[in-house]
Design a protein around this ligand. Sequence first.
Ligand code: HEM
Length: 566
Amino acid sequence: KKLMTWRNHIHTARSSGFMVRKSPVHLVDVWWIGLYPKLVPWLNYLPSAWTSGWLPLSKIFHLWHVGHEPFEQLGSDNIMLSSPNGNMLWSSDPETIKQIANQAKHFRKPVEYFSFFDTYGPNMQTSLGEDWKAQRKIVAPAIGSHANAAMWQSSLDQAERLTALMTADGPVISRMKDHMSEISLHCIAQCFFNKGLEYETIENFPSRELPEGRFGFVEAMFTTIDKLGIIDSIPQSLRAYIPLKSIKRADKAYHDLHSHMTEMCDEALRKDTTDRKDTNMSIMDTLIASTRPESAERNGKVMDRETLTGNVFFFLLSGHGTAGNTLGFLMFLLAIRQDIQADLHAHLDAELGGKPLKTWSVTGEFMRLYNGYTGAVLKEAMRLYNVVEFIPRRCTVEASVTDLNGNHFIIPRDTLCLLNFTAAFRHPNIWPAGPTANDPATGKYHPMLDFDPSRWDSFVDKITKPSEVGLRTYFPFGLGGRACLGKSLGSIMMVGVLAYMFTHFSIELVPSRAVEEEAMRTGADEKWVKERTREQALRMLLDEVECNLLIELRKELPVRLVPRKV
Ligand code: HEM
């Protein structure tokens, strides 16, 4: 029966006009997601003709590593994988991606795959139709342009605070990535709740024992995210009875995060926001206002308490995860690429040199930085290390699309469309690799060596002309009706942190103990130590990039923050 169904799927896939490859697995086959890391070494023994059509795109936690390669190898930017459990269209063609994301009527977000985000209540990420529209109508104005100034201020305040704490015991920072996730969480909390949090990663983090009292807010959030799989798959009523440390930890983090968020919401609820001017309201004040009966007149709906908590959780999670991971990559990219860091310093000095921090404004300094070299550094990092590998859409009725070359296709109903950002942003015809993009040691393309913010120079005067292919094919914040709501806030936050940190500090790689010991043993000089350290960092920015919903560099890569003469 399965084979018959598969045959039908193949037949349907072939009617689309896309290149079709048979795949024994479907991307959402749970057994496959769980087992493929163990199965792949065995599958690699099979003749490549049996696996090359489907395997590279079926390893969903390794898509960043292969980038555009699978499409190049198959000779098409759109590939239909036909499996016994349904058809999947993988697209790295920016035009196809855009048309799919923009036709909301024909392609819906398969929110059922994101049910783990519902853990604290329904939210925008997991809602559809009228429900989603009503939430977006309430939330979008709350994080509108009036929140930009608050986010700008938060990012500068937080960068000042964090760098002071980070360098208090000396210049070497061993967990830069964690610090970047935490600073992003603090910025969002300050901007949303008007509330300053305590920095926790500075202390002994993550703690090994379960605390007597509550987890701190940050540890509760990080642990909940880390254990979201356990929280989602084991019912709350059972978790308390399973005597496993990791489950107890997950359960405690879940409850503690809930109590932290409830406290913050309650605090905001207690405040009377009715007589305050809109401009003075925090994002949370506006959201809380939507839970009052009067909101029905304005928004057509009153948001219930569970949906409010669900959205608060999703905002905190999605906002700090994406921006934190991006900032983490940026710190390491700049530590390795001293040439680009020097250009960034020069740009920041020219824009901000001598201006007191409290005069930097979102409409002045932020805009100039974003449209200049600092923005180019950010955009280039988000092109090569785009934290969201792909977004899915389900085709609800047969729909037609035209690719970048003008070819027409029909997407059959029920096809799962997988819009591969990672491949589209490294499409060699649109984003040609620079002359030094290949790793001399392996001869292979290395995204870090291709990191070249100056490629954005050619777009600088065309920012308002979105017809440029380069700009039309770059959408790290998603596109269409469900595009990212935090695009401005996230960009402001990241530029603010970069601006503060790199006007005040330089960042350098720190040799590992192993390298230093080898140098001592062999009598190698400082130049050798530097080169060896750079090589190791280069390896890590390829081999150690992990995907856990978003891509990130989890392994420690120690760096040093050296104060600059401001
Ligand atoms: C580097 C930063 C960020 C990146 C790369 C990013 C990326 C994305 C992408 C690609 C989507 C679309 C998902 C889809 O279509 O299925 C999305 C949606 C969303 N993002 Fe972001 N995001 C970032 C920062 C933020 C921040 C800071 C916030 C909030 C403070 C945020 C809130 C949201 C929300 C609420 C949605 C869902 C919108 C909806 O479904 O209507 N994001 N983001």
